[in-house]
Write a protein that binds this ligand. Structure first.
Ligand SMILES: *Cc1c(COP(=O)(O)O)cnc(C)c1O
Length: 393
C-alpha cells in the first residue's frame, strides 16, 4: 500500500503509541484525585501541555485540550462571538476554510451574527487589501486558516495578525494542517487563538487543543468540573493528551528533515505529472505550499473513478477533502480558486509523509498516466475536445 492521504489523517507513530500505553494500563488514575495514582496522570497531562506550549511559544496555561480540531474551531468561534457580542456581531473568514469553521459560521449567522466570507485568488491566497476593506467598526473576530487542507496554500498569517492587532480585533487561525509540519509562533504571528489536532501530526485521533491568549474573554465550552481551568469540563483524555505531547515532541525534533524530504518528493511528483500528463493543472500556490501537498486537476476526468482505480493499485489518495467525499458537490475550495465545476470534479489530492520514497512516486506517476488515459478514452467530453482540436489544425 502507498498511503498518500496524510492531510486526512496520519499514522500514529510507534513512539507515540508506546508513550500512551501506560496511561491505559498501570497509570489509569483520574488527574483530579489527590493520591499518587492521580497525580501521576496529572503530571503527564501537564508535561504534554508544556511541550505543546513550548512548540508554539505560548504559556502552558494558554493551552486547552479539546476532542480535536473541529471542537477547537467550534469553541473559538462560538465562545468569542458570545463573549464579544456587546462590542459587535460581525465576523470575517474566508471561502476556503474547513467545514468545522464554515458550518460554525453558518450556525452563528442563524443566531444574529453577520459573516463576511473573503474571496481568495487563483492560488488560494487571501488579499490583505480585501481583508482591510472588509473590516467594520462592529467586527469582533477574524478567523483565517494557516494552511489549506485541500490545496496546501499557506496564508500570510503574520501580516493578517498585524492588521487584526492594529485594529484591536481578535484573530483566530485554524492551524490544524500547519502545526507540527512547519514552524509557528503565536507571538510572531499575533494570533489570539489557534486550533490544532494530534492526528494530523502522527498523534492519536480525538484529541486536539485550542490556544487562547491570556486576556481573551472566552466562554466555557463544556460546563461541569474544573478541568482545563473550568473552561472545558470532563475527565481528561489522559492517554490522548500524552500521545499528543509525544507527537509534538517528535514533530519538533524531526521537522527540518521532514520538511526537506517532503518538499523534494512533492516537487519531484509535481514536475513529473506536469511534464507527463497533458491537460493537467496544479491547484494551490507553487511555493507558499505545505511540504507534503500535491493537488492536480485533470481535465475530462471524474475524480471518484480515478480514486477507485488508484485504490486497485494500492494507492490511497483523495479527490477533495475526506469530509466531502461521498457527496457529489465539488469542493468549495476548488470552486473558490476559480475552477469550473467539471474541472474541480477531476481533481486529485496526494499528501505525502516522510516515509514515502521516490520509487513510490515513480510508481504513482506510471499508474496515474495509465488511469488518466483510460478514463479519457471513455469520456465523451474528451472525444469532443479532440475532434475540435483536429478541425482546428
Ligand atoms: C482535519 C482538520 C480539521 C478537523 O480536525 P479533527 O481533529 O479531525 O476534528 C479542522 N481543520 C482543518 C484544516 C483540518 O485539516
Amino acid at each position: 500500500m502507498i498511503y498518500l492521504d496524510n492531510a486526512a489523517t496520519t499514522k500514529t507513530a510507534p513512539e507515540v503509541v508506546e508513550a500512551m500505553l501506560p496511561y491505559f494500563t498501570e497509570n489509569y488514575g483520574n488527574p483530579s484525585t489527590i493520591y499518587s495514582l492521580g497525580s501521576t496522570a496529572k503530571k503527564a497531562v501537564n508535561q504534554a501541555r508544556r511541550t505543546i506550549a513550548e512548540a508554539i511559544g505560548a504559556k502552558q496555561e494558554e493551552i486547552y485540550f479539546t476532542a480535536g480540531g473541529s471542537e477547537a474551531d467550534n469553541w473559538a468561534l462560538k465562545a468569542t462571538a458570545e463573549a464579544y457580542s456587546q462590542k459587535g456581531k460581525h465576523i470575517i473568514t474566508t471561502k476556503i476554510e474547513h467545514h468545522a469553521l464554515l458550518h460554525t459560521c453558518e450556525y452563528l449567522e442563524k443566531h444574529g451574527f453577520e459573516v463576511t466570507y473573503l474571496d481568495v485568488d487563483g492560488d488560494g491566497l487571501v488579499d490583505l487589501e480585501v481583508l482591510k476593506a472588509a473590516i467594520r467598526p462592529d467586527t469582533i473576530l477574524i478567523s483565517i486558516m494557516y494552511a489549506n487542507n485541500e490545496i496546501g496554500t499557506i496564508e500570510p498569517i503574520a501580516e493578517i495578525g498585524a492588521i487584526a492587532k492594529e485594529k484591536g480585533i481578535l484573530f483566530h487561525t485554524d492551524a490544524v494542517q500547519a502545526f507540527g509540519q512547519i514552524p509557528l509562533n503565536v507571538d510572531e504571528l499575533n494570533v489570539d487563538m489557534l486550533s490544532a489536532s494530534a492526528h494530523k501530526l502522527n498523534g492519536p485521533k480525538g484529541i486536539g487543543m485550542l490556544y487562547i491568549r491570556t486576556g481573551v474573554k472566552i466562554r466555557s465550552f463544556v460546563h461541569g468540573g474544573s478541568q482545563e481551568r473550568s473552561r472545558r469540563a470532563g475527565t481528561e483524555n489522559v492517554p490522548g493528551i500524552v500521545g499528543f505531547g509525544a507527537a509534538v515532541e517528535r514533530a519538533v525534533r524531526t521537522m527540518d528533515e521532514k520538511i526537506k524530504k517532503e518538499t523534494e518528493l512533492r516537487d519531484y511528483l509535481i514536475g513529473r505529472i506536469e511534464k507527463e500528463i497533458p491537460y493537467s493543472r496544479l491547484n494551490g500556490h507553487r511555493t507558499r505550499r505545505l511540504p507534503g501537498n500535491v493537488n492536480f486537476a485533470f481535465q475530462f476526468i471524474e475524480g471518484e473513478s480515478m480514486l477507485i482505480m488508484l485504490d486497485m493499485k494500492g494507492i490511497c489518495g483523495s479527490s477533495g477533502s475526506a469530509c466531502t467525499s461521498g457527496s457529489l458537490d465539488p469542493s468549495h475550495v476548488l470552486l473558490a480558486i476559480g475552477l469550473k465545476h467539471e474541472i474541480a470534479h477531476g481533481s486529485l489530492r496526494l499528501t505525502l509523509s516522510e516515509e514515502n520514497t521516490r520509487e513510490e512516486m515513480d510508481f504513482v506517476v506510471e499508474e496515474l498516466k495509465k488511469i488518466v488515459t483510460k478514463l479519457r478514452e471513455m469520456s465523451p467530453l474528451y472525444e469532443d475536445f479532440m475532434a475540435k482540436q483536429g478541425k482546428g489544425q
